[in-house]
Write a protein that binds this ligand. Structure first.
Ligand code: PLP
Length: 338
């Protein structure tokens, strides 16, 4: 696919702002180039604008090239950059498949880009043929899907990527809990963009770090558009430490064990009608009266997310898998309600 023809005209012409630290590569003894405060502290210097060390490490782990990685202040931000890079306001469209993550819709509205909707079936499967009929610059698919937890068939996603006439963004915010990732497929499909985040499995939601994987051309445009020092020193340092430790893997395993425990306990609860299969760190649960359960849980100081407003999600609550103690608190609260 000719990716360059998909970019907005003005975006193709933009010359990046060049920051002091981008112009100079290497190490100097005296830095008088960026108007920083010279007195040493942990944070008196600007961060590496291109996050080279972090990208190098990520490239190794994800089996891609550093030039195929873009880092941002959370992956929510990357959704906006992608729409801004490709979609002409009041002219272009994006596609999403409700029920799904709410940001695609918000970003479309902010950028005055039309939102085309191809709803999933009641059992949360994708309408592949209908998706492929849409004329849009970008298709957003969330896998595993938020809020349903659904993991789509890999063959279906690959078929869509191969046949969709535009960019296909696979949002893998919950990919660390899933059975497969499409990151390595960016080599085979230049219209594929994969989003991942340090906010969920990596335990860094408070630091804000999102990863975008895609072909060089897309990544280089996103890098041109971003603010020069968009990922802070502490965030880069902490992410590198996390990548060098086994903490995430251990925690993911615990969370997946707890998901099974939670599922078993919830199945025994009389107010629960159905638990949707999940490949993420949460469960979408259908209750007899979701609003009532939500309020009663809140009265016990347990907060979950009511998803009843979403398509095909009447009477559902989305429950994040917590620590064993937290999960027990939830079950205790539910048992009292019965
Ligand atoms: C949480 C989430 C994100 C956003 O993650 P940040 O990196 O914290 O911005 C993106 N997509 C989906 C589907 C999410 O659930």
């Amino acid at each position: 696919m000719d990716i360059s023809s998909l970019f907005r005209e003005n975006i193709k012409k933009i010359k990046p702002y060049s920051s002091a630290r981008e112009e100079f590569e290497g190490i100097a003894e005296v830095y008088l180039d960026a108007n920083e405060n010279p007195f040493p502290s942990d944070f008196n210097r600007y961060p590496d604008p291109l996050q080279k060390e972090l990208k190098q490490k990520l490239a190794q782990i994800k089996k891609v090239d550093p030039s195929q990685i873009f880092l941002s202040n959370g992956s929510d931000e990357a959704i906006d950059w992608l729409v801004r890079a490709f979609c002409e306001p009041k002219q272009d469209a994006i596609v999403h498949c409700p029920p799904t993550f709410g940001m695609y819709k918000v970003v479309a509205a902010i950028n005055e880009v039309q939102l085309l909707e191809v709803p999933m079936s009641e059992t949360f499967s994708l309408n592949v043929e209908e998706i492929l009929k849409q004329k849009a610059k970008i298709l957003f698919l969330c896998n595993p899907n938020n809020p349903t937890g659904t993991e789509f068939k890999k063959e279906d996603l690959l078929y869509i990527i191969q046949n969709f006439k535009g960019i296909v963004v696979i949002d893998e915010a919950y990919g660390d809990f899933a059975n497969y990732s499409l990151v390595e497929e960016i080599k085979n499909h230049n219209n594929l963009v994969v989003l991942q985040t340090f906010s969920k499995a990596w335990g860094m939601a408070g630091l804000r770090l999102g990863m975008t994987f895609g072909n060089k051309e897309v990544i280089s445009v996103l890098t041109t558009l971003k603010m020069p020092y968009n990922v802070g020193v502490y965030t880069q340092k902490t992410a590198l430490e996390k990548l060098n430790s086994t903490q995430k893997q251990t925690e993911v395993e615990k969370i997946l064990e707890q998901r099974i425990w939670l599922e078993q306990k919830l199945t025994q609860n009389q107010s629960v009608e159905y638990i949707y299969p999940s490949a993420a760190n949460f469960l979408l649960v259908k209750f007899n009266d979701a609003k009532k359960i939500y309020d009663l849980l809140k009265d016990s100081s347990v907060l979950v997310r009511n998803q009843s407003y979403q398509l095909h999600c009447q009477n559902t609550l989305r429950i994040t898998v917590g620590t064993p103690k937290e999960n027990q608190r939830l079950i205790d609260a539910l048992t009292q309600i019965q």
